[in-house]
Write a protein that binds this ligand. Structure first.
Ligand code: HEC
Ligand code: HEC
Length: 486
């Protein structure tokens, strides 16, 4: 027993030192400024305009779905026992049809057995790219209610008290160390905002681009401890998109690049090659997904009026739908779209070393990270289900996307998850919300404040996209009636 205690105590110490180092409170073993020299390479910047297609590898969508829900592309996590013991019967929205040992785990965890024989429950891509919508899991829908406002290392530390064997402790320690290293960089200010970009950048900063070996002390500068908020795009767009991500920086082979999301514990090239074996299948599955259909009544006459307005005002950027499907894949200049520039600036300035790392690494052999001065106008299929809107989730409903003057400055969603049909606004389309002023926010219980979206905060701005401002409300509602049919 005492050896277990020592083990836990010493690993705590290692993580504590890492946290001190990251927060600048203690000297790091290694001088990050050396590796920052990489940033002085001139970063290639994409021109706004049409993004051309690049060749993609073929894959098998059925095998891809299986891999997504059964493979251990994220190799570290907590012992599965801890989840099973506490879990009881899963609600319908948490279940997913699959074979294998993970079939009784919630949809966002996969089962894997490590070299020491410990069964682990490891997070899968659906942690962010799946959500129960009105009671049923929708694979590919971004989870806009996930809570990344808490320090993730607290829950992991708590789990550390429930371990039973040396093998469980060793597995926990590996995971806990990684979480401790990235925790300060992935804490969001609002429930629903996603930290994936900073998560990737923080992991990159700790890895050698060529060997993938992990370094406890960062080798590159670390991302901000106030990550810009990102709203998770739905996967069904990928069948049309030539480039991944809001900035369209994901170029070349999408399969290789999307599997970089599993970077937490892949510490050598052999592990990456094993994941790459099924990456093209995962991509094939993702591009086979269809948007969910609008589940409420709609008005076909209004939608027909809306379609005309859409074709005149919106199609040049967002494409056409129905019988003639077109999608221009347009990267729109930031000065034209005018939305919050923080995410873009992060990629173009402090992001230099991380982007350079990606392009020199195993991922860069087939793919390229190439940000430009703007955002991609996304396909609008299934847009009704994906609020709140814009790349940072700053605008709660479609009506406000089309009327920049009516956007709330500080707001809080009434719904607390996407199962809440009564919390869905069928006319403005999006989640119902309450507008607040700064005084009302300060009166909220601390536990409630994390649900407040404050567009005055850095990265949270709701300006721009004024392309519907010249329409009147009845025209906007007609456009929305049309958007419901996409
Ligand atoms: C921690 C949350 C998180 C996890 C886990 C995650 N993603 Fe993502 N993903 C995001 C976010 C956020 C974006 C948008 C980033 C941006 O645009 O800057 C994104 C973007 C994408 C896109 C591009 C979508 C588009 O429209 O451009 C694809 C494809 C994708 N992820 C695939 C995956 C795969 C495959 C996995 C698992 C290996 C995965 N993601 C795991 C959060 C996550
Ligand atoms: C000049 C190009 C352009 C025009 C014209 C345009 N948009 Fe957009 N749209 C964009 C870009 C770029 C974004 C992404 C901005 C961001 O996320 O910061 C966007 C985002 C959106 C979104 C939010 C997508 C999401 O996932 O949150 C909706 C909805 C939308 N546009 C609808 C429309 C409609 C309806 C019209 C016509 C009235 C229109 N747009 C006209 C470029 C355009």
């Amino acid at each position: 027993m005492s050896s277990l205690t020592t083990l836990i105590a010493s690993s705590r110490h290692a993580r504590y030192c890492a946290v001190l180092c990251l927060s600048g409170l203690a000297a790091c073993g290694n001088d990050a400024s050396d590796s920052n020299a990489v940033a002085s390479h001139a970063l290639e910047v994409a021109e706004p305009g049409i993004i051309a297609a690049s060749p993609q590898r073929d894959g098998d969508p059925i095998r891809g779905r299986e891999a997504l829900l059964q493979e251990a592309y994220v190799e570290c996590g907590l012992p599965a026992r801890l989840f099973r013991e506490g879990q009881g019967v899963l609600p319908a929205g948490q279940q997913v049809a699959r074979d294998g040992a993970g079939r009784d785990l919630p949809y966002f965890l996969n089962s894997t057995v490590n070299d020491d024989g410990v069964e682990l429950a490891v997070n899968n891509c659906l942690t962010c790219h799946g959500a129960p919508l009105f009671g049923e899991l929708v694979i590919g829908l971004g989870n806009e209610f996930a809570d990344f406002t808490e320090d993730p290392s607290i829950a992991v530390e708590r789990a550390g008290l429930l371990l039973r064997s040396d093998e469980e402790i060793a597995a926990w320690e590996r995971y806990a160390d990684r979480i401790a290293a990235i925790a300060p960089h992935i804490q969001m200010q609002t429930v629903g905002s996603n930290p994936a970009n900073n998560l990737t950048f923080a992991l990159i900063a700790h890895r050698d681009p060529i060997t993938q070996a992990w370094s406890d002390t960062p080798l590159l500068s670390l991302p901000s401890t106030e990550p810009p908020p990102v709203s998770v795009p739905p996967w069904w767009r990928m069948k049309k998109k030539h480039a991944m991500f809001n900035l369209g920086e994901g170029r070349g082979d999408h399969a290789r690049l999307m599997m970089s999301a599993s970077m937490m514990c892949t510490d050598n090239r052999k592990d990456l090659a094993a994941i790459d074996e099924y990456a093209a299948d995962v991509r094939a599955f993702i591009t086979s997904l269809e948007a969910p259909e609008w589940p409420f009544d709609s008005d076909a006459d209004q939608a027909a009026i809306g379609q005309q307005l859409f074709d005149q005002n919106c199609s040049q950027c967002h494409g056409t739908y129905g019988e003639t499907v077109t999608y221009p894949n347009r990267l729109v200049d930031i000065d034209v779209v005018g939305t919050d520039a923080t995410l873009m600036e992060q990629a173009l300035t402090e992001g230099g070393p991380w982007i350079d790392w990606l392009n020199r690494s195993y991922y860069g052999e087939l793919s390229q990270a190439l940000p430009g001065r703007g955002y991609v106008a996304p396909p609008l299929d299934g847009i009704w289900a994906t609020g709140p809107y814009l790349h940072n989730g700053s605008v709660p409903t479609l009506l406000e996307v089309l009327d920049s003057g009516s956007r709330p400055e500080i707001w809080v969603s009434v719904a607390r998850d996407a199962n809440d049909k009564a919390g869905f606004d069928r006319s403005r389309v999006g989640w119902l919300y309450k507008s607040l002023d700064a005084g009302q926010v300060s009166e909220l219980e601390p536990g409630e404040q994390k649900y407040v979206y404050d567009t005055r905060k850095r990265g949270h701005g709701n300006a721009g996209h004024t392309f519907g401002d010249h329409l009147d409300d009845s025209q906007r509602l007609a456009v929305i009636e049309y958007l419901k049919t996409l």
